[in-house]
Design a protein around this ligand. Structure first.
Ligand SMILES: *Cc1c(COP(=O)(O)O)cnc(C)c1O
Length: 399
C-alpha cells in the first residue's frame, strides 16, 4: 500500500479513518464524496481555487531562511514556510476556500462549523462573508468566554456564534453539536471541517486543499535554498498544516517528516494534547484514530498553552504515517514552545503562533545536532498576534 494513493474508496488509511456516523448522514457523505471526486478533477473548479488563493489569500507564501538563528545555533539551516503571511494569519483559510467553493457548487446556502480556539471559526466566517452565505459556528461556552476577541471577529464578519453548554463546554461538545445540526439540516447545509479529521472524505479533502503548502515548497526550495530539505517539521493539532506540507514530500523517501504534538505540562502529567504519543486507538469525530480517552471510553480534556493544538484526536492519515514509520511524532512542552516563541521574535523579527512555536522548538532542538549543510524546513503555520495575551499572562504581565 503506497501512502500517496491513500485513502482507499472507503476512506481507510491502513486500519485508520473510515466513516462512523449516524444513518441519516450516510447519504450526505456519499453526496459530498461524489461531488468532491468530480470537482477535484474539474479544471474550472481548480482554476477558481487557484485564483482565490492568489487574490484573496495572497499566495504563494514565501520560504524564508532563518539565517541569523541558524548561525547562532551552529548546525543545520532552518527555513520557514510563511503561512503566517496569509489573509487571516494562518493556513486554515486554504481549506475553507476549497470547501466553500464546493458548497456553492453543491447548492448548499447554509454553512456550519465548530471551533475551539476560534481560529477555524474566523476562517469559515471570512469565506462565508466573501461569498455571502449564511454561517453558524458552534463553540463551547467556556471557549466563548476564553476567546472573546475571536467571537467578536466572527460576529463582525456576519456569523452567528452559538455557545454550547453541554459537557465540559469546550471543543468536543461543539463537535457533537455541529454533527447534530448537520443531521437535522443536511438538505441545505454544508459542514466545513477545519482539520484532516471527520468521516470520509474529509481527511482526504482537507489534506488535498492544504497540500498547496507542500506543493509550493517543492517548487520553491530548489530555487531559494538550492535543494529540497532534509527534514520537514510541522505542529500537529488535528494535523492539517502538517498533512499539507508533508503530503507532496511523502514519496521523496530521503526527506524526513516530523510532526510535533503539544506535550503541555509533560507527557507523563496527563496534562497535554499528544494523541499520537500518549493516546489510544478509538473513534472520534466519525473516524478511527488515536484519541485521548479514559478507561471508560470518555474523551478526556486536553491541555496546551496553544489553544489550536488542543484537539483530543488526530487525523487518521497521521495515525497511519506513524504506524508505517514514514513520519515520526515528537512532543514539545508549553515551556519549550514559549522559549521558541520569544527567541523567534528577537532573533528573526517574526512573531509565530504558539502552535507553530512547537514546531520551531523541535527544529531548534534538532539543528545543533546536524551539520551546517543540512536543511530543516519548518511550517510556520500562523502568526502570533492572537497569542500576545496568553504569552503576557505566562510572563506575569497584564496588558
Ligand atoms: C489551528 C492551528 C493549528 C493546528 O491545526 P492543524 O489542523 O493541526 O494544522 C496549527 N497552527 C495554527 C496557526 C493554527 O491556527
Amino acid at each position: 500500500m503506497k501512502a500517496y494513493s491513500l485513502p482507499d474508496d472507503h476512506g481507510h488509511f491502513g486500519r485508520f479513518g473510515g466513516s462512523f456516523v449516524a444513518e441519516t448522514l450516510v447519504h450526505a457523505l456519499d453526496e459530498l464524496r461524489d461531488a468532491y471526486e468530480k470537482y477535484r478533477r474539474d479544471p474550472e473548479f481548480l482554476n477558481e481555487y487557484a485564483y482565490e488563493l492568489k487574490h484573496f489569500v495572497g499566495r504563494p507564501s514565501p520560504v524564508y531562511h532563518a539565517r541569523r538563528w541558524s548561525e547562532q545555533l551552529g548546525g543545520a539551516q532552518i527555513w520557514f514556510k510563511r503561512e503566517d503571511l496569509n489573509h487571516t494569519g494562518a493556513h486554515k483559510i486554504n481549506n475553507c476556500i476549497g470547501q466553500i467553493l464546493l458548497a456553492r457548487r453543491m447548492g448548499k446556502p447554509r454553512i456550519i462549523a465548530e471551533t475551539g480556539a476560534g481560529q477555524h471559526g474566523v476562517a469559515t466566517a471570512t469565506v462565508a462573508a466573501r461569498y455571502g452565505l449564511e454561517c453558524i459556528v458552534y463553540m463551547g461556552s467556556e471557549d466563548v468566554r476564553r476567546q472573546a476577541s475571536n467571537v467578536y471577529r466572527m460576529k463582525l464578519l456576519g456569523t452567528t456564534v452559538v455557545p454550547v453548554d453541554s459537557g465540559s463546554r469546550t471543543l468536543k461538545d461543539a463537535l457533537n453539536e455541529a454533527m447534530r445540526d448537520w443531521v437535522t439540516n443536511v438538505e441545505n447545509t454544508f459542514y466545513i471541517i477545519g482539520t484532516v479529521a471527520g468521516p470520509h472524505p474529509y481527511p482526504q479533502m482537507v489534506r488535498d486543499f492544504q497540500a498547496i503548502i507542500g506543493t509550493e515548497c517543492i517548487e520553491q526550495m530548489p530555487v531559494d535554498a538550492g535543494r529540497q530539505p532534509d527534514y520537514v517539521v510541522a505542529s500537529v493539532g488535528g494535523g492539517s498544516n502538517a498533512m499539507g506540507i508533508f503530503h507532496p514530500y511523502i514519496d521523496h523517501a530521503d526527506v524526513k517528516l516530523v510532526g510535533v504534538e503539544a506535550a503541555g505540562e509533560g507527557l507523563d502529567t496527563g496534562r497535554h494534547a499528544a494523541s499520537l504519543n500518549a493516546g489510544v486507538v478509538g473513534v472520534l469525530h466519525g473516524n478511527r484514530t488515536y484519541v485521548m480517552q479514559d478507561e471508560n471510553g470518555q474523551i478526556q480534556e486536553t491541555h496546551s498553552i496553544s489553544a489550536g493544538l488542543d484537539y483530543p484526536g488526530v487525523g487518521p492519515e497521521h495515525a497511519w504515517l506513524k504506524e508505517s514509520g514514514r513520519a515520526e511524532y515528537v512532543g514539545v512542552t508549553d515551556q519549550e514552545a514559549l522559549a521558541a516563541f520569544h527567541a523567534c521574535c528577537r532573533t528573526e523579527g517574526i512573531m509565530p503562533a504558539l502552535e507553530s512555536s512547537h514546531a520551531i522548538a523541535h527544529a531548534v532542538r534538532l539543528a545543533p545536532t546536524l551539520p551546517k549543510d543540512k536543511i530543516i524546513l519548518v511550517n510556520l503555520s500562523g502568526r502570533g498576534d492572537k497569542d500576545m495575551h496568553t504569552v503576557a499572562e505566562f510572563s506575569g504581565i497584564t496588558l
